[in-house]
Design a protein around this ligand. Structure first.
Ligand code: UD1
Length: 417
């Protein structure tokens, strides 16, 4: 079977408007929320991306009925098992977003651990600490993490770091636990606000979402509802970064500028004007990049999921910049790919130093979802034909990436290698 790639003839300005898809990072946990009731739950605005398709398959394996009609997914019936086929679980890290909901509903979950069996260590310690405080027992059997709970009770939980996934898991468990739970130092991302809103629409009693302290008063049961994710701020930010780099005039709808504040600030420059309105923002850029630095951190600070796109833009800047990654370790695999296009980047520990300059066309390989997006953006700027290999990574988070950027003037196509 021949390998697919994205072929980009760079050097074109971007012009027009785009409406962003529903947020992948909201739809995935909403699918977990949907199993907290036997009633029908309808999730609107679900993009066609492989992570969501896999999560839907996983729900079916666990016993729920899942029907997709266009962008709407209906989940009905009850989940009967707390463990799915290992292959599917392993294919996506997102299976851990099912942990809290599955434990609440079935009382027992078996799940392959992403990084071996060190339960106390990263990346699940915050999830497990919270679940144990609510009455769950967790232990590891070979490479399988086992969680058991006959019942869950409310607790005061201080999270050592505002983990997005752990906040979502604990929010789901706490909604059906007995008594009150207080989550302290929880994540504040817009996706958390969307999940809390969805749970409330199903009868949960939650306050404080969007702040560092959430209170949840457990209820006996939840009921069906129609749920809607927030717009995808990372897709919006990806379009913003491409427009800032390539130049042109692009309006992005579907994400409130409040959810994009740190990203807008990072890309706004003497060459790039960004105007906010109630339902989106407009980017007008000369196609030049002012050297600026950024440090990734939990919301409302600069998102790690925008770091590769930001780094890609800085490769073309008018000076020297530093990009520091504090959320994930080793998230600079795209730096050596950008270097293949002539970028001048030195990575030391969690910090990349970039000397801006001119890049040349070439062939690069996506190493993960956002790295792939960053590489494509760089290629959209470079004159001549470049190729980005491994586009399947990009399909995990962008619905029709190629169509999205062609619609605003990029010369980009999917091809066989
Ligand atoms: C979510 C997003 C992902 C985004 C990330 C940070 C989804 C589906 N994914 O991932 O796109 O990049 O938030 O904004 O929503 N950690 C621990 N122990 C834990 C949990 C996390 O040490 O128990 C560490 C992780 O290893 C990482 C950091 O905390 O270094 C942030 O992780 P977390 O906020 O949990 O990210 P995810 O929820 O996995």
């Amino acid at each position: 079977m021949s390998e697919k790639c994205i072929v980009i003839n760079g050097g074109h300005e971007l012009n027009g408007s785009v409406e962003v898809q529903g947020a992948k990072n909201a739809v995935l946990p909403l699918l977990a929320v949907a199993i907290l009731t036997e009633d029908d739950v309808v999730i609107e605005d679900c993009p066609h991306i492989s992570d969501i398709d896999n999560m839907a398959k996983m729900l079916e394996e666990l016993g729920a009925r899942v029907e997709r009609e266009g962008t709407r997914i209906r989940v009905s019936g009850s989940v009967t098992r707390g463990c799915a086929e290992t292959a599917l679980y392993k294919s996506m890290r997102s299976s851990m977003f099912m942990l809290g909901a599955l434990l609440s509903v079935t009382g027992e979950v078996d799940m392959p651990t992403p990084g071996g069996c060190d339960i106390g260590a990263r990346p699940l310690d915050i999830h497990l600490d919270g679940l144990m405080r609510m009455g769950a027992r967790t232990y590891c059997d070979g490479e399988i993490l086992k969680c058991r709970a006959e019942s869950l009770h409310g607790a005061n939980i201080v999270m050592r770091y505002p983990s997005v996934g752990a906040t979502e898991n604990l929010l789901m468990c706490a909604s059906l636990a007995e008594g009150e739970t207080v989550l302290i130092n929880c994540a504040r991302e817009p996706e958390i606000v969307a999940i809390a809103g969805a749970l409330k629409a199903m009868g949960a009693r939650i306050s404080g979402e969007g702040t560092s302290v959430m209170r949840i008063e457990g209820v006996k049961s939840l009921h069906g509802a129609t749920l809607r994710p927030c717009g995808d701020r990372i897709v919006a930010g990806t379009v913003l970064s491409a427009a800032a780099l390539c130049g042109g005039d692009v309006t992005v709808y579907g994400v409130g500028a409040n959810d994009m504040r740190s990203v807008i600030q990072a890309f706004r420059s003497k060459y790039c004007r960004i105007d906010e309105n109630g339902i989106g923002f407009r980017v007008r850029s000369e196609g030049r990049v002012q050297a600026k630095s950024a440090i990734t951190a939990p919301f409302p600070l600069f998102p790690t999921d925008m770091q590769p796109q930001f780094l890609a833009c800085q490769c073309f800047s008018d000076g020297i910049s530093r990009v520091q990654e504090t959320v994930f370790e080793n998230r600079f695999a795209h730096a050596s790919e950008l270097a293949k296009l002539g970028a001048n980047i030195a990575v030391q520990g969690n910090c990349a130093t970039v000397v801006g300059g001119k890049l040349h066309a070439g062939v690069v390989r996506a190493t993960d979802l956002r790295a792939g997006a960053g590489l494509c953006i760089a290629c959209m700027k470079i004159d001549g034909e470049s190729k980005v290999l491994n586009p399947r990574y990009i399909d995990r988070g962008y619905e029709n990436f190629v169509g999205l950027f062609s619609s605003i003037g990029a010369d980009i196509a999917l091809s066989e290698l």
